[in-house]
Design a binder for this molecule. Structure first.
Ligand code: HEM
Length: 455
């Protein structure tokens, strides 16, 4: 589809930039729901210094993410870090992204997939040990630590430990950048001595030491680790096959984002899992029965993933109702484009409303109900009238998630290990607080830990 100057702009609220910004940063999901309800499947709106567009219809979403994706470039604050010049796979397009994609896919595949599953199973036991019965705890923090500890070993190798605080500092400083970037005068604001940004810089240096240390270890031929840094380093040194990552800093740039940027999504999924289980005691009992039958008296092992179909269905339903990335990373139109008969002018940031898509009454029976059983029907969803691209918790097109196997195991092993002995009961009926500037949820979200009556 080509650009046509005669096409109209999508409908939407005119002006109201500051009000839009306020509503968006207060409750992004509600803001998007309102745009969809009031203006339809493709909507234009403005923020200070930004033209934005939101799409909700499955076919329009496919246009943006697949058919016309070459014209919609992932957007992120431009000068996030001056020491991050090679960026991450998520921000590249075309050949550069394809090269990184092929390499990252191979790094997560084959023998490594079972090695990574073992790491997740082990860390799930540590998660359970941290949740001591009789205590009230901020479960978001515990899920973050679980995910972080697992990713550190998957990416940097067995036995590597990095304090979780460093990852938190880095993410915190990135969130500050994200907020500054949608404010007027962002460049000047970023040069101010903001404590969170300074802390973030210090923590980046420490995480760098760990990454470069693991690269060093990968170059020792006696080292037999299956971790991601070893795969990248050896492929570059020996085979010249690490895609466009042809120097140490390029590998470091890719890995620091892999390490810090993908903690929030698994954490948010686990937190919403706890929330839905507490509201649906029948589902919780069925999970407990499944876990008891499969595990009996033993602890979880990597191979148990395929033996827990109901828990996998619960994950799918959590990702449908409360995907941790309810709105995908913005995609910037690099030229005027026409989508769904409307003009999306060059420079517009396009937001894909995934959560709205997953809640459509015409696609899902009892769309707003938490019903994991729907995923065990034959054939399983999505089925007509819902198109295959009507359910996209891991994205769609070239930028589809690379960590799906790890993400699924974090949920299934984490929940199974807890369910074997414990029940986490949220202190209030309130759902976890969504992170309105990025992905996942923000803590604290307090739960009471109780021992299962029969455990
Ligand atoms: C429940 C957990 C997760 C969910 C729901 C999730 C979801 C997503 C989504 C929706 C995207 C596409 C973003 C876009 O197009 O804007 C994405 C990309 C990505 N995810 Fe995940 N993710 C999860 C966990 C993980 C984990 C644990 C890792 C790594 C270990 C990971 C690695 C990636 C990477 C590298 C990309 C970028 C791919 C590219 O741009 O080519 N994800 N994820």
């Amino acid at each position: 589809m080509s650009s046509e100057a005669a096409s109209p702009l999508p409908p939407g609220p005119k002006g109201r930039r500051l009000r839009n910004l306020r509503q968006r940063t207060t409750d992004y999901t509600r803001f998007m729901r309102r745009l969809h309800r009031d203006y339809g499947e493709i909507v234009s709106y403005e923020l200070p210094l930004m033209k934005c567009c939101a799409v909700f219809d499955a076919d329009l979403i496919r246009e943006i993410l697949v058919t016309q994706q070459g014209f919609f470039k992932p957007w992120f604050p431009g000068d996030l870090r001056d020491d991050w010049k090679y960026g991450s796979i998520s921000l590249h397009q075309g050949d550069e992204q394809r090269g990184r994609h092929e390499f990252m896919t191979s790094a997560f595949a084959g023998d490594s997939a079972s090695a990574y599953a073992e790491i997740v199973a082990e860390k799930a036991l540590a998660l359970r040990d941290a949740c001591r019965p009789g205590r009230a705890l901020d479960v978001v923090k515990e899920f973050e630590r679980f995910t972080w500890d697992a990713l550190v070993e998957i990416i940097l190798g067995r036995g590597v430990e990095i304090p979780r605080r460093l990852g938190e500092d880095i993410l915190e400083s990135e969130k500050v950048y994200l907020i500054l970037d949608i404010l007027p005068g962002a460049k000047r604001l970023k040069s101010l001595p903001i404590p969170a940004v300074r802390r973030g810089r210090g923590s980046v240096r420490l995480v760098d030491e760990a990454i470069y240390g693991s690269m060093q270890r990968a170059r020792d031929t006696d080292y037999a680790g299956a971790d991601i840094v070893t795969k990248y380093t050896r492929a570059r040194d020996l085979e010249g096959a690490a895609g466009p990552l042809d120097n140490d800093q390029a590998i470091r740039d890719e890995l620091i984002i892999l390490l810090t940027g993908f903690i929030d999504a698994p954490t948010g999924t686990l937190a919403f899992g706890v929330h839905h289980l507490a509201r649906n005691p029948d589902v919780r009992s069925r999970i407990e029965r499944e876990v008891d039958e499969v595990l009996g008296d033993r602890e979880i092992v990597a191979g148990d993933f395929d033996r827990l179909p109901y828990l996998r269905a619960v994950l799918k339903e959590v990702l449908r109702l409360d995907p941790p990335a309810p709105i995908l990373l913005p995609k910037e139109a690099i030229e005027d484009r026409v989508v769904g008969g409307c003009l999306i002018p060059k420079g517009t940031l396009v937001h894909v409303g995934m959560r709205e898509l997953h809640h459509r009454a015409e696609y899902w029976e009892d769309a707003s109900e938490f019903r994991p059983e729907r995923w065990l029907e034959d054939p399983p969803p999505p089925r007509p009238p819902c198109p295959a691209h009507g359910y996209i918790p891991f994205g769609l097109g070239p930028h589809t998630c690379r960590g799906i196997d790890v993400a699924e195991r974090l949920f299934v092993f984490g929940m199974a290990t807890l369910a074997r002995q414990l029940r986490l009961e949220p202190e209030t009926g309130a759902e976890p607080q969504r992170n309105n500037t990025a992905v996942g949820v923000t803590g604290p979200w307090m739960v009471n830990v109780r021992r299962r009556p029969e455990a």
